[in-house]
Design a protein around this ligand. Structure first.
Ligand SMILES: Cc1cc2nc3c(=O)[nH]c(=O)nc-3n(C[C@H](O)[C@H](O)[C@H](O)COP(=O)(O)OP(=O)(O)OC[C@H]3O[C@@H](n4cnc5c(N)ncnc54)[C@H](O)[C@@H]3O)c2cc1C
Ligand SMILES: *[C@@H]1O[C@H](CO)[C@@H](O)[C@H](O)[C@H]1NC(C)=O
Length: 449
């Protein structure tokens, strides 16, 4: 994998030549490693309370972290390349575009064009970070695509947005000791359970992250050269139109991602898009409106944008197309985790979505606050961790939503996701014996209120 810094092909972006797509190169993998760096930082300070004599002054080396992360990313990307070769898959590092129903034109980084025909096609072009469209944003701001290989520490950072990508980046940057501000237009973590989202916001604020709420940036200017230099951000309150100004070394935009479906010749083959979102509607067989053209992953309309979802859909699609099988991808009860660096694991519906689906009178919500044992000695976060489950009273108290905020919530949620897949009810949960002393036991002992 050779990240492209310059190519005459304007459609190539920086990680175009890196196999593995967003997740491996500029998503899950570098993100989780940087999350781990933040978690370790916190462990260093906790460890003093457990008797470790750690010097008062500890510092963090951004270069060392990014190099280690990039080395791992490269090795993963290389392994993908090797597995494709082992399986005799032809890999073209080129930009693909439909020219007619059965032909794709591939343009490589040197603008060399080749044409390829096939009976069936699968589109999995993913998404790219969105820009604001305000003066200075493209020239002066970075996105998550740049952050994980940024050549210098971002320094004092403004994160614009409140998506999980925004909060995760803000969380690990603060965890590395940087001064971080998050600028939020409306709510945190749209689409996620809002009670949990607000608890995450409180936790982040307690950990020194400053939130500017109901404010949107309107202009970015460079006021000092250098790496990282200094930027002035002008912003406006969406409530009263009042102007705000702030100075930062780095402005990270994480306001959403746009599906890469507009420059791939879909108009030449008649594949329909949702005009507003650019997303591709598909049926339960991941088939677009053009029967021999399929789509999977982040570009799908109305599906969760997660790596394991894309992988599962792709795997099952390949088996249906060439393996004589007919299993379809089940997009329900997909677990996920937000790392801020405190983890929030969720599976199934948010409380809002459960009310929408079943009616407020037909759901029962059980919840429980807990103080992780490992946090007692360092005496931190007494009111931070929280779990709740949402049951459908009309269906045997089946659990339709699982939410937990606490250390290792991702690891916890994976197991409960299996149980939900098996149709777990409240009685079955209550009849399960816990493991003591672990955080996950809060979900099964009868400590619910
Ligand atoms: C910062 C961040 C953190 C994330 N963390 C997580 C996480 O922790 N867990 C999780 O499950 N998900 C996470 N995600 C989401 C995850 O990365 C995506 O859901 C996943 O990568 C989707 O896979 P995909 O195949 O649909 O698209 P992508 O992985 O985006 O792959 C699309 C590929 O197509 C290439 N491409 C695009 N257009 C063309 C073209 N015309 N011709 C040739 N190639 C083209 C792109 O270069 C890219 O390599 C994260 C995303 C981000 C941005
Ligand atoms: C790949 O091709 C080689 C040479 O044609 C063949 O020997 C090998 O079995 C193939 N491997 C796979 C996984 O199909």
């Amino acid at each position: 994998c050779f990240p492209l810094t310059s190519s005459p092909n304007p459609l190539f972006h920086r990680f175009s030549s890196c196999l593995g797509g967003t997740c491996v190169n500029v998503g899950c993998i570098p993100k989780k490693l940087m999350h781990q760096a933040a978690v370790l930082g916190e462990a260093i300070s906790d460890s003093r309370k457990f008797g470790w004599d750690v010097q008062e002054q500890v510092s963090h080396d951004w270069d060392l972290l990014t190099q280690a992360v990039q080395n791992h990313v490269r090795s993963l990307s290389f392994n993908y390349r090797r597995s494709l070769m082992d399986k005799n898959v032809t890999y073209l590092n080129a930009y693909g575009m439909f020219v007619d129903e059965n032909t794709v034109k591939a343009t490589d980084k040197n603008m060399k064009e080749t044409y390829h025909t096939a009976a069936d096609f699968i589109i999995a072009t993913g998404e790219r970070p969105r820009y604001l469209g305000i003066p200075g944003d493209k020239e002066l701001c970075i996105t998550s695509d740049d952050l994980f290989s940024l050549p210098q520490s971002p320094g004092r950072t403004l994160v614009v947005g409140a998506s999980y990508v925004a909060l995760e980046c803000a969380g690990f940057l603060a965890g590395l000791g940087l001064d971080v501000t998050v600028m939020v237009r409306s709510i945190l973590l749209r689409g996620f359970d809002q009670q949990m989202a607000n608890k995450i916001g409180e936790y982040m604020e307690e950990h020194g992250i400053c939130f500017l709420r109901e404010i949107v940036p309107t202009k970015i200017e460079r006021i000092e050269e250098g790496t990282p230099g200094k930027l002035r951000v002008t912003a406006t309150s969406v409530k009263d139109g009042e102007n705000h100004e702030g100075e930062y070394n780095t402005v990270l935009l994480a306001i959403g991602r746009d599906a890469c479906t507009h420059s791939i010749g879909l108009e030449n083959v008649g594949v329909k898009l949702n005009e507003k979102t650019g997303k591709v509607p598909v049926n339960e067989k991941e088939q677009t409106n053009v029967p021999h053209i399929y789509a999977i992953g982040d570009i799908l309309e109305g599906k969760l944008e997660l790596t394991p979802v894309a992988i599962q859909a792709g795997r099952l699609l390949a088996r249906r197309l060439y393996g004589g099988q007919n299993t379809e991808c089940d997009y329900n009860n997909v677990p996920t985790t937000v790392f801020t660096p405190l983890e929030y694991g969720a599976c199934g519906r948010s409380e809002e979505k459960a009310i929408e689906a079943f009616g407020e009178e037909n759901i029962e919500v059980y919840h429980s606050s807990f103080w992780p044992l490992e946090w007692t000695v360092p005496n931190k976060g007494k009111d931070t961790c929280y779990a709740k489950i949402i049951c459908n009273k009309q269906d045997n108290d089946r659990i339709v939503g699982f939410h937990i905020l606490g250390p290792n919530a991702g690891e916890i949620t994976q197991g409960f996701a299996v149980a939900m897949k098996c149709g777990m009810t409240k009685v079955q949960l209550d009849n399960t014996i816990g493991i003591h002393p672990v955080c996950a036991e809060v979900c099964i002992q009868c400590s619910w209120v």
